[in-house]
Design a protein around this ligand. Sequence first.
Ligand code: NAI
Length: 426
Amino acid sequence: MTHPSITERLAEPEPARESGRRKIAWAREHMPIMTAVRAEFADAEPLEGEVVAMAMHVEAKTAVLAEVLAEAGAEVAITGCNPLSTHDDVSAALDAVDGITSYAEHDVDDDAYYAAIEATIDHGPTVTVDDGGDLVMAIHEDHPALLTSILGGCEETTTGVHRLRAMDEDGELEYPMFAVNDTPMKRLFDNVHGTGEATLSNIAMTTNLSWASKTVVVAGYGYCGRGVAKKAAGQNAHVVVTEVEPRRALEAHMEGYEVCPMTEAAAKGDVFVTTTGNRDVIVAEHFERMSDGAVLANAGHFNVEIDLDGLADLAESRRAVRDGVEEFRMPDGRRINVLADGRLVNLASPVAMGHPVEVMDQSFGVQAVTVRELVEHADDYGPGVHEVPDHLDREVAETKLAAEGVEIDELTPEQTDYVDSWQHGT
Ligand code: NAI
């Protein structure tokens, strides 16, 4: 049976579409890079004849990316990459756009989530755009016939790139995949500033509690953790960092944060934010030490960083205390509050809107030009994980600087010669 699109699933699609269109229009107006890419793509139609399958967080900024790919001539089939991050109104508005079918729906069960991924694959993609790798995995596991006709794909996030690299090392990755996550224009802004700002603001909006004077435990001091720690410190919180990688731990220490193992941090924290991309970061022995009222949120890709089953086993009872906040009551009376079911809080809490628009303009600018590269130079890339060519990342940075009215210096020929030479000394 064909999986229904969002329009077929909504009782009244038109009001939803109208609301979704307003959200998309606001995002579009604040995405100068995508505006420039859209103008180029609409004119040259570099994706004419291609079919792009996308599994991403379906909200307003992602909708702008889908529109731009469709205007470039592609047929686009899109679904979510997390059961809680879809905005149904945006999904409905997208589904009404010529050349786009959206299967994304908010709060679906596992069966419906994976059926929607299958539905995008039924379109016969020649390009895949993933956030977390679910689409690539499903194609490799269940649709081997497509592996030769797919030109390649793009991956948006750290966890997805890790999964692809593991596949590649096992010799199992059968088509080229670009690690969009790893570009400077994505990772230095989206992971750091986007995750930092959006995580903090979503926790604040979901709980209506202040950061000032709180002790915030940040698990993982990678790109995302740095952003969360910096923004929490900027909101007058005391920041404690936990790490497993010595250089990252040292970096956090030198930034002035307190660094200690989670067993110690557990007793100190008022708010906990996991950003590791790993599993079982906060488990039973930590819940046992937490103080009454502790707030737990995850910003990593999958909902495995906080052991919710372990917490449920320890708890005497659980109840929803606010939209997006579940309280677990321990036998000794302590209450531990978990946000957004332990799913990435900046996208899955009830008030979530994801990263700020300007940040996603950069990430999706890189996505768009990388899809163009895949189609135009498919023969240059064999199966495996590839870095996005640096000139594409620079192109996006230059577009953004121009839009912001920021000018920079250029190297003189003498300077170029100097920095390229090994012969100049004192
Ligand atoms: P990263 O690899 O730069 O950082 C992860 C850090 O966690 C590393 O320093 C690692 O040593 C540390 N770590 C691993 N296991 C740990 C443990 N048990 N305890 C403490 N630290 C541990 O990765 P990045 O880019 O910061 O991404 C982290 C996660 O966030 C990934 O799952 C990624 O997909 C996701 N992500 C989420 C976004 C959002 O919107 N919420 C946006 C971008 C990425």
